[in-house]
Design a protein around this ligand. Sequence first.
Ligand code: FE2
Length: 404
Amino acid sequence: MVDVLIRNVHTPNHTDPVDIAVSGARIEQVAPQIEAPARQTVDGAGRLAIPPFVDAHFHLDSVLTRVPNSSGTLREGIDNWARYKQETLTEEDVYERAKRYCTHAFSMGIQAIRSHVDVCDPQLRGARALTQLKADLSDRIDIQLVAFPQDGYYSAPAVKKQLLAALDMGVDVVGGIPHNEPMYQQGSDSLHELMQIAQERGLLVDVHCDESDDPNSRHVETLSALTDRLGMSGRVTASHITATAVMDRYYVSRKLIPMMVSAGIHVICNPLINIHLGGHFSYPRHRAMAPIKELLAAGITVACAQDCNEDPWYPLGNADMTEVARMGAHIGHMMGLDALRTMFDTVTGYPATIMQLPGYGLEVGCRANLVLMNAASVIDAMRISAPRDVIIRDGNVVIDSSAH
Ligand code: FE2
């Protein structure tokens, strides 16, 4: 007797129909026509079964604030967020907005979110609200939090203390923003300090790194060198790295990417946000996204993520990771059929690897977290932003829009 039997689905790896048997919170069997009695049967009706979407770069503390940004620049976003923090932000406000967003994200098939949380606030209102939310929503979404010094690690003497306090409170990952420090050297110094903190505490690192249109920004290089030196391969992520789109091509291809490969660092691109925030000051306009095709070809694990949803940086967004993958495919020239299938991996398996999510996937023994999409293939799912008809979390059928 199994607990849930999902009949007649195809998966990214099984084009012929299979059944999926779930016992407790684990996948017990994936095979054609499983003959086992089941407490509950779900008719897959030939739909696409996938492991849940993973959004590995997001900002839950600013989500749904709907603060307008008339210039559409990163700078105005940071300034408007600073004003919001000063005038409006409360712990309850963060909790309520983030919970509302996560509830919607779950219905869109997302079951893991890595969210940065601003630790430049002396009261750590965001960190308090989101560590609570992380616990309260653990039966729906795995929330991983990053201590993020939005205004700069050296923007105030207390920021270091606040960052450590956030980590003590249960924030999981060490963040940074070296390109936003006033001097280049301070950006570099901040990386040395932050990596040291992560190494001492055995934590992962995810840095907003070289998120600018400055072709001379060199913090990814420093982050790679430190990852190598400190033996932190596989535990460090460079987020955004949009400056790599305008750097000298010899430098990127002959020095930087090989350094990133040998260091074993991961990359997260945010195609929706960065195509909008970047490239304001150049003509012809360039593509403000890391060269995803070259990074993937070199063997780097690359995720695409949403970053923002109706906040001071981005007025749109709908927790739709197929939209993220689709935009990434356009900007990154990833339209070959294999490349498109890889783009689907950038919003599912690859970010799961980056977040080190245990038991992620559709193999036997994995957590029984699944989404059934009304799509003929993963490419079709991205093409039409296919409906998420059935959502299963730890073996529980939480949403079944086909059930009556
Ligand atoms: Fe971000």
